[in-house]
Design a protein around this ligand. Structure first.
Ligand SMILES: CC(C)(COP(=O)(O)OP(=O)(O)OC[C@H]1O[C@@H](n2cnc3c(N)ncnc32)[C@H](O)[C@@H]1OP(=O)(O)O)[C@@H](O)C(=O)NCCC(=O)NCCS
Length: 200
């Protein structure tokens, strides 16, 4: 495969790629298949949020095993009251350590909504490049996200720690049930890369 290309895409280009991006999401996360239409709808809605920004990595040459040219993608937006994730996490942080704590992290924040690399393309630096590109030059004070809280810890948790993100919530169950999540946050700009200790 020739070098894959990372590039920023606008809202329209994002919407045109929803199907292949949901395919990457499905391969990377392996969710129950009945959740995929809902993911599609959520991503479509997110594209209209303020401060929306997205990057894709696409292959340049043909690679027969992969039906889609999208190898990975990441997107986020300005987190605000009235957004479901923002309000749920704000309440949980307030309950845990008070409203000032919640405002410190969520008062001026970039929400990293999704970051996924197709399993056949993982471990080659694409995820780190996507995250760095996405957060580079953002005007917000912090970046926040949620990610699966599993043992042993996921590669995603290592990646986020390696750019200075810390745990804000762990073992967190979002309304409606489902797996436990960690909510992580870091101040912007992200810290330069330093290898994170791998935890079990
Ligand atoms: C998380 C993810 C996006 C990382 O993308 P990637 O291209 O594989 O990652 P990179 O090659 O850029 O590696 C970046 C860092 O991830 C971590 N990492 C990657 N593979 C790892 C592994 N097998 N074990 C532990 N950490 C790993 C490391 O911190 C690594 O940096 P380092 O090896 O230089 O210290 C990718 O693994 C993925 O899509 N996972 C499934 C979906 C997911 O969990 N998405 C995040 C949702 S919030």
């Amino acid at each position: 495969m020739r070098d894959p290309k990372l590039r920023e895409i606008d809202e329209r280009a994002f919407l045109r790629r929803l199907d292949p991006m949901v395919d990457v999401y499905a391969a990377a996360m392996e969710p129950p298949s009945d959740q995929l239409p809902g993911r599609h709808t959520i991503m479509e809605r997110h594209a209209s949020y303020p401060g929306f920004r997205a990057f894709v990595v696409e292959r340049r040459g043909a690679l027969p095993m992969l039906a889609s040219p999208v190898l990975g993608f990441a997107y986020g937006f300005h987190g605000m009251r009235g957004q479901w994730w923002h309000d749920v996490v704000h309440q949980a942080l307030s309950d845990l350590e008070g409203p000032e704590h919640a405002e410190t992290w969520l008062g001026d924040t970039f929400e990293v909504a999704e970051l996924h690399v197709h399993p056949q393309a993982q471990g080659k630096g694409l995820g780190r490049s996507l995250l760095n590109a996405l957060c580079e030059g953002r005007p917000e004070r912090t970046a926040v996200l949620s990610t699966l809280d599993r043992r042993p810890e996921t590669p995603a948790r290592h990646l986020y720690r390696s750019v200075g993100m810390v745990d804000l919530l762990t073992g967190f169950e979002f309304p409606g049930g489902g797996p436990r999540y960690a909510v992580m946050g870091g101040t912007l700009p992200l810290a330069p890369y330093s290898p994170a200790p791998r935890r079990e």
